[in-house]
Design a binder for this molecule. Sequence first.
Ligand code: FPP
Length: 245
Amino acid sequence: MGNSAARMIPVPKIHVAILMDGNGRWAAARGLPRSEGHRAGVAAVRRIVRVAPQLRIGTLTLYAFSSDNWERPAAEVASLFGLLEDYLRSDAAECTARGVRLRIIGRRDRIPLSLQQAIDSAERQTAAGRILELRIAIDYSSREAILRASCWMLSSLEVSDREFARRLGQVTNGGVAAPDVDLLIRTGGERRLSDFMLWESAYAELHFTQRMWPEFDVADLEAAVEDYFGRERRFGRLPDGAAAS
Ligand code: FPP
């Protein structure tokens, strides 16, 4: 194959989803309040977003606030919402310049009005971004989304995967279906999904690391992505070249 033909083959872009766990423990280990762990977590988000396109990541979904996180102390919830609002307001211009499109998934009816407004404005400002889709999950519950999409479809006799995924996209952000997750990363040492992207991660490769999220750096993401590209993805099929007997 000549060089020009090789150049025409599109490089596959992957969807990486991250559970950014460990902010609180990172802060406690340094004698700092938990809010400082979340602040350091935002710095890690910036590092990862900047490098993601170079690692063939086309969609990045970050779990910032689960619907279960409402159970945390009010002061921690308020500090998280404050950090998210600051990020959306301060980084939208850089996202626009880098071709990053911001989309927020999750419920919008319970979060503070000023955060809702920051979301609307950041989504509008970055809408033309085509290099990376950065999806931030806020007040997000995968189970609730699946339930709501299922209720919506109750009157349909038969529903395809694709149609259901489209409905799911509509209930989680009023928009498009998310591509399936290729690689799901959880930092902080725990090994569970915590109600995150359950439908979309049906065939995701899982990567668990002991690293606390504020310490997660470019080399960690590179290692996870490199590991992902080395894995054989079979989607229930036999390995390539294996004859059925
Ligand atoms: C889990 O760690 C982390 C969260 C509940 C919040 C994650 C949020 C951020 C990193 C800020 C997001 C900002 C942007 C811009 C997307 P934990 O607090 O449960 O940590 P622990 O398990 O050590 O207590």
